[in-house]
Design a protein. Sequence first.
Length: 277
Amino acid sequence: MKKILLFTILISSFAFSQNDSFVVNKRNGWQTFTYDMGNVFGGVGYAYSRPLYWKGPQFRNFGLLVAGSGALYLIDDEARTFFADLEEDVPKPIREFGWYFGNPQNNYAFTGSVYLVGLFTKNEKLRRTGVLMMSSATAAGFLQQLTKTLAGRARPTTELGKNYFQPFGGESGLRSFPSGHMVMGLTIAYAAAKQFKNPWVKAGFITMGTIPGLSRLLNEQHWLTDVAISAVMSVFIVESVDKYLDRKYDEKYNNDTKKLSWNLSFGPGQIGVNITF
């Protein structure tokens, strides 16, 4: 019941955020649906192909990501202790929300609901948001499952240590990297944030998207590096799919969100991510 209420509130907030009520679509319902599903899979392929087109700036950012991940790797053990000690101080409803929102089944139920509302009300902006969510979630979901299998990193609770990797291990305890809850939760929240112009609303959605990763750190299911790299993966995929959809729909979000930037920051005793609105 709680999940249904949450989905209803979020979808309603999207619907009422529209500046243009209903968009006249020349396609009939079935043609619109098949067009959108084609764009869902087209967006997946586009996101996966982006590294083939990287140039200097993209390789520089990738180098910063590798360097930042290496720095975080050095403090994985300390971070594990910190978040484990913090668990009882975080309200249980927040921890439970993190698990439910990052759960793939709930995630796809939400994205599907957003899309269907846009489809049946003939609201192109909301429909495009649903396509962005479904395409991004599909791309991110498959990639994180593949990476989990290939990496086979041990979860903190196995007590095997942060350096233990067993590719194709198959066991749940060997599927720590990346964090599926973080990937799915932030992917959907970041895609939803593009629906709004208000920077504080955007920040609210992005913050909500990080709660699944936090909840998994609190119960020692992931290392800090698992969650951090998952966050970068989510943002990269959503931005890639969004640019692909700019070619397919009249509604575009990139102009509204060009002031949003993510930067890794390093300094004496600190490592972090700066989000600028």
